[in-house]
Design a binder for this molecule. Structure first.
Ligand code: SF4
Ligand code: SF4
Length: 147
């Protein structure tokens, strides 16, 4: 280790520097505002723009989705799977609509691409599961919306 012989003795002994460091630590411990929270007892207010769990918008029980396939096309994680079908009240609708939530990176591209404002991302961010979860149409039709 190189020793700077011209430096004052106090700085060469590091005692003053150590004390200065401890002073900064004590100052932060005693007077700084906590940045951590006691989750889950305490919750933060996140931005309304937070992209969380998806849902499909429906009006009077009829989903807005027309199975146009734009969202699975733009999805970079390829985690949306749709099977289209026809029924008397609707020319095209999704018989099957699944999102593999473990693959999703919550980029919001599906929401941006949707011409029918059908697929939305809610602000729900608590999705921990003990097993792999694929959200099917019934699960996605549960309105989680504040958007
Ligand atoms: S948020 Fe992004 S990754 Fe997730 S389903 Fe939509 S497009 Fe795919
Ligand atoms: S982009 Fe919208 S309308 Fe098209 S399949 Fe996806 S959710 Fe349905």
């Amino acid at each position: 280790m190189l020793v700077d012989r011209k430096a004052p003795v106090t700085s060469r002994l590091y005692v003053v520097e150590i004390l200065k460091g401890l002073l900064i630590t004590m100052k932060n411990m005693l007077f700084s505002r906590n940045v951590t929270i006691q989750y889950p007892e305490e919750r933060r207010n996140y931005s309304d723009r937070l992209r969380g769990l998806h849902y499909i918008k429906a009006v009077n029980g009829v989903e807005n989705c027309t199975a146009c396939m734009l969202c699975p096309t733009v999805c970079p994680a390829e985690c949306i799977h749709i099977e289209a079908g026809e029924r008397p009240d609707k020319e095209k609708f999704p018989i099957k609509f699944e999102i593999d939530i473990l693959r999703c990176c919550f980029c919001g591209m599906c929401e941006e691409a949707c011409p029918k404002d059908a697929i939305k991302l809610s602000t729900i961010y608590e999705m921990s599961q003990s097993k792999r979860v694929v959200y099917d149409k019934e699960m996605l039709l549960v309105q989680r919306g504040n958007r």
